[in-house]
Ligand binder design. Structure first.
Ligand SMILES: [Zn+2]
Ligand SMILES: [Zn+2]
Ligand SMILES: [Zn+2]
Length: 309
């Protein structure tokens, strides 16, 4: 079993949109505040996988408590559960190079304390990141930047994730006490062995004319920024129980994103039992009203929603 936490469910500009005074952008309902789309998966055995790492990543992950290094306890700094904001990430899966999906990669730096951060993406995304963030990669590695280990993900080729060994290490993270005196202590951290494994299958999704990746993870399929699905991707989605899929708005066609009815059609074709819509705009109306327009088994996700799979 695993838990999926929606870190963000908004479209590329987020909700509220800058400069917009519509009813949705001015709503006080926290479910109408949508950061850029991203999700965290945590297996019951201890594996942690991040899907996309947009410009809101730092804010998204800091919403959660973290483990006391020395006592191994979660600081309950917020009324949140399950997710540990600062622990090893076993994999980061990227869908495509658009900024709303990769703009937070620099903020993965602290996670390199736990070892290299393994990032899975299509070859064109890896190439583009080398262009936009050259200081993150050898030979121009800049001190203090994340050790990003890029892995090419290909349609239909299984990505196997495991953490077979327990590791203990001392890290020096800095910080200060209340008087501003710098802490010089190292902290001993333990990364527990994960007791389960994950097999993830990337699949091609068409984002207008751009082929990007969706991911099948056991009973879950996570698809964002889809306009259409090529024939070869349908078999990979067979047997999906929970579908997370983009749906920009109810009306007004978009060249590279499909709309709510299209997402529902895909969900029906796959036979998903539960469908959660993400990457939505303020055009859908308020969360409650928008949800009331959806058929049984389909709902809009919202930021911080957690589901069990
Ligand atoms: Zn997007
Ligand atoms: Zn608005
Ligand atoms: Zn996009």
């Amino acid at each position: 079993m695993m838990t999926l936490t929606f870190l963000g469910t908004g479209t590329s500009i987020g909700v509220p949109a800058i400069g917009c005074d519509c009813d949705v952008c001015r709503s006080n309902d926290s479910r109408d505040k949508r950061l850029r789309s991203s999700a965290m998966i945590e297996t019951d055995g201890g594996l942690r996988v991040l899907i996309d790492c947009g410009p809101d990543f730092r804010q998204q992950i800091n919403r959660y408590p973290f483990k006391d290094f020395n006592r191994g306890m979660l600081y309950q700094t917020a009324d949140k559960k399950l997710i540990d904001h600062f622990g090893k990430l076993d994999a980061v899966l990227l869908s495509h190079i658009h900024f709303d999906h990769v703009g937070g990669i620099d903020d993965l730096r602290p996670f390199a304390w736990f070892g290299d951060v393994d990032i899975y993406a299509k070859a064109d995304v890896i190439d583009a990141l080398h262009q936009t963030m050259p200081y993150c990669f050898k030979p121009s590695l800049y001190p203090g930047v994340p050790h990003l280990r890029m892995h090419e993900a290909r349609h239909g080729e299984v990505i196997h994730i495991e953490r077979p060994q327990r590791k203990e290490m001392d890290i020096f993270y800095g910080g200060a006490d209340l008087q501003g005196k710098m802490r010089n202590d190292t902290r001993n951290i333990t990364i527990e062995r994960a007791t389960d494994v994950l097999d993830i299958i990337p699949l091609t999704v068409m984002h207008g004319n751009l082929p990007i990746l969706g991911y099948r993870i056991g009973p879950l399929a996570y698809i964002t920024d889809m306009k259409s699905l090529p024939d070869e991707s349908w078999p990979i989605l067979e047997g999906t129980k929970t579908l997370v899929i983009n749906a920009l708005r109810f009306e007004k066609e978009h060249h590279s994103h499909h709309l709510v009815d299209d997402a529902i059609d895909v969900a029906r074709k796959i036979g998903a039992e539960r469908t959660y819509l993400i990457h939505v705009t303020h055009d859908i109306g308020t969360h409650d009203y928008a949800n009331s327009r959806l058929p049984e088994g389909v709902e809009f996700a919202y930021d911080e929603l957690q589901i069990r799979l």
